[in-house]
Design a binder for this molecule. Structure first.
Ligand code: HEC
Length: 157
């Protein structure tokens, strides 16, 4: 018993052993971190793929399949309007009817809402548009959509 303890202690004090321990720990941590990032990246790619489909179904009619808009009638998708994702979530769900100016031109037609879209679908849409035409590189989660819509509902009361 005593000798086992001594051997263990000697092993722990051994510099090569402790270096090996540190190395193993570092490698394990790296492996874990890279694994997490991979999973996030895969999830983001799923959101982008789904979001692309929703965009073509619900937005491309007016804003064009490449976000280029329709001359004089509908604005192209503009990075400035993609910064406030909370507002974007509310626009997508409930529509919007206030003048919007893009590249010096003001658009006044109403944008219809999509009451039936689920929070996940809105999150996918926002991830797609902000990663495609905005400066975003990560996904926007469903929780954030829920929070934005809830805050909007509270304002309406
Ligand atoms: C029936 C046509 C129509 C559809 C469909 C539509 N929009 Fe719009 N959208 C507009 C109009 C008109 C404006 C500008 C005036 C306004 O907001 O009322 C606008 C403005 C915007 C803006 C801000 C200005 C800009 O161009 O960046 C964004 C962002 C936007 N829409 C995103 C979307 C997304 C995402 C969808 C799909 C869920 C969508 N729109 C569907 C007509 C539409």
């Amino acid at each position: 018993m005593h000798s086992t303890f001594c051997t263990a202690r000697a092993a722990l004090l051994n510099p090569t052993f402790s270096k090996l321990c540190t190395l193993t720990f570092t490698l394990f941590t790296l492996y874990f971190l890279v694994g997490c990032q991979d999973r996030q990246a895969v999830k983001r790619d799923q959101y982008l793929a789904e979001g692309f489909g929703h965009y073509q179904t619900y937005c491309a009619n007016c804003h064009g399949k490449d976000g280029q808009g329709l001359v004089g009638l509908y604005p192209r998708i503009d990075a400035n309007y993609l910064k406030d994702k909370n507002k974007l979530a509310v626009w997508i769900k409930f529509g919007q009817n206030q003048p919007v100016t893009v590249e010096g031109k003001t658009y006044t037609r109403p944008m219809p809402g999509n009451a039936a879209l689920k929070e996940l679908e809105i999150a996918e849409l926002i991830t797609y548009v902000t990663n495609t035409w905005g400066n975003e590189t990560t996904l926007w989660p469903t929780d954030s959509v829920a929070a934005a819509l809830e805050a909007h509902r509270r304002l309406q009361q």
